[in-house]
Each structure stands twice: as C-alpha cells, then as structure tokens.
Ligand binder design. Structure first.
Ligand code: SF4
Length: 211
C-alpha cells in the first residue's frame, strides 16, 4: 500500500471509527429488506417506512403472506416501490420456506434472491455475518474515485480496485467510512474540499496524483 493511501485510510478511520449503517433493523432478514428498499432512496426515508412495516410484519413468513397492494401501501414513498414490493414478497417467501426465516449464508445464494444484487448481498454479508466485503453504493463509488482509491468507470471495477488497496480486515469498516464521508463532506454536488481533512491526499484536488 502506498503512503498516500495509507494516510487516507488512517484519516478516514480517525474520522469515522465505529460508524455503522444508518438503517434500523432487528434481524438479518430485516436488514436485507431495508437494504433492498434503500436503492434509489435514502436511509432516512427507509427507516420511516420500515418502522411501520416491521411493527406490523416483522418476519419473512409474515411479510410473505401479505398482498402486493398491501405492501405497496407501506413502501410507496420509497423509489421504485412497485418493483421492490414484488421482489420483497418473492424474497420473503423463499427465505421463509427454504431458509427457515433466516438469510442465506453465502453471496451466491443471496444474489439468487429476487431483487438482490451484489451491493445488497455485500452489505448484508458484511454487517449481519461479519464477512469482509466492500459494498459499492453511490457514496462509495463517488468518494473512492474522487480520492483516487479507485479509478474506475463502474461499481464492479471500483469494488475490485478497492479490494486491492484496502487490507481485507478493513473492507467492511472502510465501506462505512466512505459512505459517511460522502454524506458529511464529499457530497455529490458540492464536495466541501476546503474543510476536508483529506484534501492534500485527494486525486480530485491534486490532479497530478494517481493510483
Ligand atoms: S478533498 Fe474534496 S473531493 Fe477530495 S475527498 Fe475531500 S471533499 Fe471529496
């Protein structure tokens, strides 16, 4: 690992040590559903929705028994709610019947569930199962490419490159550091470079820096 990357990771850890997902959940199954809902939405919005949904239907078996239109009513303020409702019902049914209400243990099994992509699988594995993984969402993609931790045009390549430059034992934590930095300082429209502790190591503000 080069000195610049080492420094970036140290500063991020110092800023965001112990940070966790902002999603509220009581079980791995609820984390999976909340993460599915969070695509194209905010964690804040998802928490408002799931607070009511999980109070009424907290398990895979319970959710699998409600109708699509009922579920749509619960989640209609979240982006793409119609397709999410269908996928959540199918996924809940599979989890209730095939996995006895718990989430599958492997990435490939998780990714076989309707509506579960690699990012969602990585979030759930890393948080609920403590499997080292870097889920590349919009914040992780933007911040890591601006910083020059990655230099990639898509999330798959970004994940590959991050896994090479970040030590494996830090993958899951680093995912949270990058998300929180993206939320607080390195925002999509107006990154606050003036007040960013990473400014001297960042490829966005130092065009001569490379990976
Ligand atoms: S210096 Fe600017 S672009 Fe670089 S990480 Fe900080 S806020 Fe983002």
């Amino acid at each position: 690992m080069n000195q610049r990357i080492r420094k970036i990771l140290l500063i991020l850890e110092d800023l965001y040590a112990g940070s966790e997902t902002a999603l509220i959940y009581d079980s791995p199954f609820q984390l999976l559903i909340a993460t599915m809902l969070a695509a194209q939405s905010t964690d804040k919005r998802v928490n408002i929705v799931t607070q009511i949904l999980f109070k009424d239907y907290s398990t895979a078996a319970e959710i699998s028994r409600i109708s699509v239109s009922q579920l749509e009513e619960y989640i209609r303020t979240v982006g793409l709610y119609k397709s999410k409702a269908k996928n959540i019902l199918l996924t809940s049914k599979i989890i209730a019947e095939k996995y006895n209400g718990d989430i599958p243990a492997t990435r490939s099994e998780l990714m076989e569930l309707p509506g579960v992509g690699r990012k969602t699988a990585n979030v759930v594995l890393s948080i609920a199962r403590k499997v080292p993984a870097i889920a590349v969402d919009t914040h992780v993609f933007r911040v890591s490419n601006r910083l020059g931790l990655a230099n990639a045009a898509n999330v798959e390549k970004t994940e590959e490159q991050l896994m090479k430059v970040i030590p494996k034992k830090k993958w899951s934590e680093a995912h949270h550091w990058l998300i929180w930095h993206g939320r607080k300082i390195c925002k999509a429209r107006n990154p606050d470079c003036k007040h960013c502790p990473l400014v001297q190591y960042c490829a966005y503000t130092n065009k001569n820096l490379t990976l």
